[in-house]
Design a protein around this ligand. Structure first.
Ligand SMILES: C[S@@+](CC[C@H](N)C(=O)[O-])C[C@H]1O[C@@H](n2cnc3c(N)ncnc32)[C@H](O)[C@@H]1O
Length: 321
């Protein structure tokens, strides 16, 4: 996708960057993966903290994000390998570069402020845009397809499971009624349907009533939880002993996946307790560095309200040498 590189770099504050760097401890000559390049905030921090020859393999499914960051991070040109791929393919990406292990991996999940505010891809109800919501423009199904083609029950499930929306059923009924007259084309049409579906006295405080519906559809369109699950299984295996992985999530389902994966990787023997001796021989591969997730400081939340729901978890690859 062609984008105007002279477009002003959007004002961008990477989330929990200080905490992420504290865990990642970037050092010169290290190789790092930024699984979610976005506008380049965490990649930039890694290269500034590492302060010399470190390298970053920077992935993003959004080719616009890659173009923006290439431009913004041009001063680090020789240290960054920009790759327009899904992080669920981290194994194939590293294999194609003949890299067996890396010093650290960071993923700052979800959507970037650029995608939300200026991509024109219908992620937000703040502007009237065609319903799309694909972070990767090559994906087959858009939010328009889901809203107009899924059956009512499926829509309700998506809103409930991915948006934790208590009015899921009512919203699905209203969507179904509305599209029986004419297809739902834009973000504002959808936002108005949600507004009509929820009784006014139950409108949430401090956020738009359509927030959870939009979030749920975005997660479904981009297969976000499936991709995260695959990535979490693969990524720790590419860490050097002592290498660290840092994940910043914004949704309770994502955080649960991270927590459970780290817990699984940090537990050793899985034999039933009644066995006198271990028969599985399983060793833990990750030391869990955050038993409860870190959250942003009040100062950061005040400066950057998008950080509000962030949760950071980190783990370290165990060495058995
Ligand atoms: C929250 S933003 C990252 C912001 C970045 N850390 C920064 O400070 O600029 C998330 C980015 O991850 C990308 N992304 C989401 N899911 C992805 C996936 N499965 N594989 C690769 N990139 C993904 C999105 O396109 C988006 O650009």
């Amino acid at each position: 996708m062609e984008i105007a590189l002279d477009m002003e770099y959007p004002i961008h504050k990477p989330v929990m960057v200080r905490e992420a760097m504290k865990f990642l401890r970037p050092h010169s000559n290290g190789i790092y993966v930024d699984a979610t390049l976005g506008l380049g905030g965490h990649t930039e921090a890694i290269l500034e903290y590492a302060n010399s020859h470190a390298k970053v393999i920077a992935l993003d499914i959004d080719d616009e994000a890659i173009s923006f960051s290439k431009n913004y991070l041009s001063r680090f040109e020789t240290q960054i390998k920009f790759i327009n791929k899904n992080f669920s393919q981290i194994d194939k990406v590293l294999e194609s570069l003949s890299i067996n292990e890396v010093d650290g991996i960071v993923a700052d999940l979800g959507i970037s402020s650029f995608q939300l505010e200026s991509s024109g891809r219908g992620f937000s109800f703040q502007r009237d845009e065609r319903l799309d919501m694909r972070m990767d423009p090559g994906l087959r199904f858009t939010a328009h397809d889901l809203v107009n083609e899924m059956d009512e029950e499926e829509i309700s499930k998506v809103l409930k499971n991915y948006g934790e929306e208590r009015w899921a059923k009512k919203i699905a009924i209203e969507i179904s009624k509305s599209r029986s007259k004419k297809p739902i084309e834009t973000t504002l049409e959808l936002a108005n349907i949600v507004l009509n579906a929820i009784p006014k006295k139950f409108y949430p405080h401090g956020r738009h009533p359509a927030t959870k519906t939009f979030q749920a559809l975005r997660i479904a369109v981009n297969n976000e939880l499936e991709n995260l699950e695959i990535f979490l299984k693969k990524a720790p295996l590419f860490l050097k002993p002592g290498g660290r992985i840092v994940i910043i999530s914004f949704h309770s389902l994502e955080d649960r996946l991270v927590k459970n994966t780290f817990k699984g990787l940090s537990s050793a023997c899985i034999c039933p307790p009644e066995l006198p001796r271990c028969g599985c021989g399983r060793k833990s591969i990750l030391k869990n560095l955050t038993h409860s997730p870190l959250t942003p400081s009040l100062e950061e939340i005040n400066e950057n309200p998008r950080a509000r729901s962030a949760k950071l978890r980190a783990g370290e690859r165990i060495s058995y040498d």
